[in-house]
Design a protein around this ligand. Structure first.
Ligand SMILES: Cc1cc2nc3c(=O)[nH]c(=O)nc-3n(C[C@H](O)[C@H](O)[C@H](O)COP(=O)(O)OP(=O)(O)OC[C@H]3O[C@@H](n4cnc5c(N)ncnc54)[C@H](O)[C@@H]3O)c2cc1C
Length: 413
């Protein structure tokens, strides 16, 4: 039966959800306060990460924890003053990161990420976005022989367990494959299956344009005006009040602002990240992750985008330049880095849950209220697959993968 539905948030997750619901004949209204794909889905490294078959646990080795705690590594940094309020979330994240629990979570997670590229494929063509996407994979570069050996062993494990493909590159092979690298790395791993997008925000915009070409409505408005009515839900938009029987919250790192007042206290937090574009004498063939430092070098249409690892801080705290400064040094060692192309870095926040899995499904206590957020490091990858799962549940169809591991109910009522 056709229903009316408002999708709140036009990042990769919201736009993908809107496209799936529309394809099933529902009357969809997509709402954002900005243009589609201008927030987290704009600023990421642009990788459709088919290889990310396990979510990122919190390090549990004492040496790794100390490195992170004292900011000796660009992969993770902390705002010390935020730690007291973040501590309950980090403790729960640490709990779920135990090898046994992480293995169970990875089994569930891998069922969703298995559909990463296949779920994007048709829309890339229908949206005319082939010019943005390269099916090249990306590479990891390791500074130390020991980390290279560990990286190859992990890649082999992922290949044997989940079937993702990789190629190990010794030092010479990596230099030959990436002539722009001036640093001599110990070796590399080429993940073959992921796809790379040279303007992630533009891909979301093209998906949104596809949704509109297919008759979907996109409006400007503030999600915080959402109210439950006797017939369903109402939101105030630039075109006046809009009603629907159902509403999907796809607000990424802002989801908590909306659901908390409705009584849903889910264990959400953010890992902030930065990027900036730089001129380079010679562009990389494909994205390279300086794996020992957690710094991604991603060739984009705008220049070389350096993206940082995770900053554990409050979402709206002022930006702190520490991590990007560290990342810049790592990049300048790796290749001939030119001047930055923007006056200030971009900052965004990865929407995270303590058990590392997104929240996809019906809210427990409000009929017609649906959740689709919490995709952490891989929301750009997982938007289309998550949108499909949400749409299956919305239509009470047998979901294309097991839905319980992602259900909001796993956190209790
Ligand atoms: C540095 C960095 C690198 C990353 N690299 C990758 C990568 O390579 N691959 C990958 O898969 N993922 C990556 N990610 C993660 C990925 O970017 C996110 O998981 C994903 O973008 C989340 O998408 P979303 O649609 O949930 O959120 P968003 O894209 O943030 O969308 C939420 C939308 O809600 C809107 N909104 C918020 N509040 C309101 C309101 N009150 N009213 C109206 N609208 C509102 C916002 O304007 C926004 O458009 C990276 C993240 C970072 C920070």
């Amino acid at each position: 039966m056709t229903r009316s539905v408002i999708v709140l948030g036009a990042g990769m997750v919201g736009v993908s959800t809107a496209l799936h619901l529309q394809a099933r004949g529902h009357d969809v209204l997509l709402l954002d306060r900005k243009a589609p794909g201008r927030e987290t889905s704009y600023g990421n490294a642009g990788l459709i990460q088919r290889e990310a078959v396990e979510p990122y646990p919190l390090p549990r080795e004492p040496a790794d924890l100390l490195q992170h705690a004292f900011g000796l590594n660009a992969a993770v940094s902390y705002h010390w003053r935020a730690l007291p309020s973040l501590l309950p979330r980090l403790a729960a994240y640490w709990y779920h990161s135990s090898p046994k629990r992480h293995a169970r979570i990875s089994r569930d997670w891998s069922t969703l990420i298995a559909h990463a590229t296949s779920e994007h494929a048709e829309w890339i063509v229908s949206a005319g976005a082939q010019d943005l996407v390269k099916e090249s994979g990306f590479r990891l570069a390791f500074r130390h022989a020991q980390s290279y050996a560990k990286g190859v062993a992990k890649a082999r494990h992922y290949h044997d367990t989940y079937g993702v493909r990789f190629e190990a590159l010794d030092s010479d092979a990596l230099s030959a494959a990436e002539p722009a690298l001036q640093q001599r790395f110990a070796g590399g791993v080429h993940w073959v299956d992921p796809w790379a997008v040279n303007d992630p925000g533009e891909l979301v915009a093209r998906y949104a344009a596809l949704y509109q070409r297919r008759g979907g409505r996109l409006v400007s408005g503030d999600a915080s005006t959402l109210r439950q009515t006797s017939h369903g839900w109402q939101v105030i938009t630039a075109e006046g009040p809009q009603q629907a029987s159902d509403v999907v919250v796809a607000l990424g790192p802002w989801a908590d602002d909306l659901i908390r007042p409705l009584g849903y206290h889910l264990p959400l937090f953010v890992k902030r990240g930065y990027h900036r574009h730089y001129q380079v004498e010679r562009q990389l063939e494909m994205a390279v992750l300086c794996a020992d430092d957690g710094v991604m070098l991603a060739p984009m249409s705008a220049g070389l985008r350096i993206t940082t690892g995770a900053e554990l801080a409050l979402r709206d705290a002022p930006p702190s330049p520490v991590q990007l400064a560290m990342a810049e040094k790592v990049a300048a060692r790796a290749l001939a880095l030119g001047a930055p192309l923007e006056a200030t870095p971009w900052i965004g926040a990865r929407p995270c849950t303590t058990d590392m899995k997104p929240v996809i499904g019906a809210a427990a206590r409000h009929p017609g209220l649906w959740f689709n957020f919490g995709h952490a490091h891989q929301g750009f990858t997982l938007g289309p697959a998550s949108g499909r799962l949400l749409a299956d549940l919305f239509d009470s169809q047998t979901p294309f993968i097991k839905a319980e591991p992602f259900a909001p109910a796993r956190f209790g009522a």
